[in-house]
Design a binder for this molecule. Structure first.
Ligand code: GLY
Length: 360
């Protein structure tokens, strides 16, 4: 079996992201030696694996390991769920030198990170993401938080993990659609940073989203490398980190319009196609690069168009988005593949013209 790949996320508190297969034995050693108690936060679907993690982390009974089962997906990213975890930590007398492990998809790692960031004003957290999206995005970069009735991710903290363990074996059991939706973020890394990802998809579009393949793993590594470099340079999203929003401005508006029944990756796929068309109409991106977007996304089976009549609603949602600054819309666009930049306050007629290019 090939050796795991270790990518260090630089910054004030650098940490390693380890990518490979069958890595669960690495979680214990990733915790500080002073840790006497661990809370493993996990969704119901990972109950059996969480039990086996409890066994491994207890180090022959020298550590107390508790499990907190929380609802899956966005249902778990609520302040009531965080309060439940705080209660468990309080009743078990967790101190500053104890730890949280977030074991699950992106919502679980976001929630576990938030619990760790807030308990006693911050205890260490090790993240063990189990979906493509969580491995390449949510678990890397220290964004933690919960949703509120007013919107997603409105409450949270920047709190870097102590380590991230990406065990690709967890992806074997994902449905092809789930894996593909997560892979959209890997494709994003290809457009904004790493042409090698695009070349690999172009070489084998039918088989690239196979978690057991070497090419899939290489794409995951490149996407994590990109995220590590970006968040290492701009932890608090004051500049460069904004490029990670490529395809997300319209993507979030589509998710909202679809009441979150669309997968995030599908919405981001349409959003990236839109951003490419916008880049072209703004006189920045070539026709060939736009065609490349369409070809790469459709070759994977990801959507590239959306309902024509939905534009006024989508525009209104984008204008409300927390990522617009001072009410001004900002889009990440491309000057070329792997050359992202910001388009600030574009004309509404330009935005609409780009939308007509992707409207079905
Ligand atoms: N998911 C975008 C970021 O981490 O900044």
């Amino acid at each position: 079996m090939s050796e795991p790949t270790v990518i260090t996320v630089p910054g004030d508190a650098p940490y390693d992201v380890t990518i490979g297969r069958d890595l669960l034995d690495r979680i214990g050693p990733a915790l500080a030696p002073t840790v006497k108690k661990v809370l493993v936060v996990h969704p119901p679907t990972l109950g059996a694996q969480a039990e086996s993690l409890r066994e491994r982390l207890s180090e022959g009974g020298t550590r107390e390991v508790l499990l907190a089962e929380i609802p899956d997906a966005e249902q778990g990213k609520r302040i009531e769920v965080a309060a439940f975890c705080w209660q468990v930590l309080g009743q078990a007398d967790f101190t500053r030198t104890d730890a949280v492990v977030g074991f699950g998809g992106g919502a679980v790692t976001d929630l576990a990170g938030f619990v760790a960031a807030t308990w006693l004003r911050g205890v260490q957290v090790v993240l063990v993401p189990t979906t493509v999206l969580a491995m390449v995005d949510a678990a890397v970069g220290g964004k933690t938080g919960v949703n509120t009735a007013e919107g997603k991710n409105l409450v949270g903290a920047f709190w870097p993990p102590r380590a991230v363990i990406c065990d690709l074996a967890f992806l074997d059991s994902l449905s092809p659609n789930e894996a593909l939706a997560g892979f959209a973020e890997v494709v994003k890394a290809g457009f904004i940073w790493s042409p090698e990802i695009l070349e690999r998809i172009e070489a084998e579009p039918g088989s690239i989203v196979d978690p057991a393949s070497a090419s899939f793993r290489r794409c995951m590594e490149l996407a994590v490398e990109m995220k590590a470099r970006v968040v290492g340079e701009d932890f608090r999203e004051a500049g460069l980190r904004e490029i990670l929003n490529y395809g997300h401005t319209l993507g979030h508006a589509i998710e909202h319009a679809e009441r979150y029944r669309w997968r995030h990756g599908a919405a981001v796929s349409v959003g990236m196609m839109y951003a490419a068309e916008l880049s072209r109409l703004a006189g920045r991106l070539s026709d060939d690069a736009v065609d490349r977007h369409r070809n790469v996304l459709t070759s994977l089976g990801l959507p590239v168009s959306y309902r024509g009549g939905a534009w006024p609603t989508l525009l209104a949602t984008m204008q409300r988005d927390k990522k617009s600054r001072g009410g001004m819309l900002r889009f990440i666009v491309l000057d070329d593949i792997a050359r992202p930049t910001v388009l600030q306050a574009p004309d509404e007629s330009l935005l609409f013209a780009a939308y007509q290019e992707i409207a079905d």
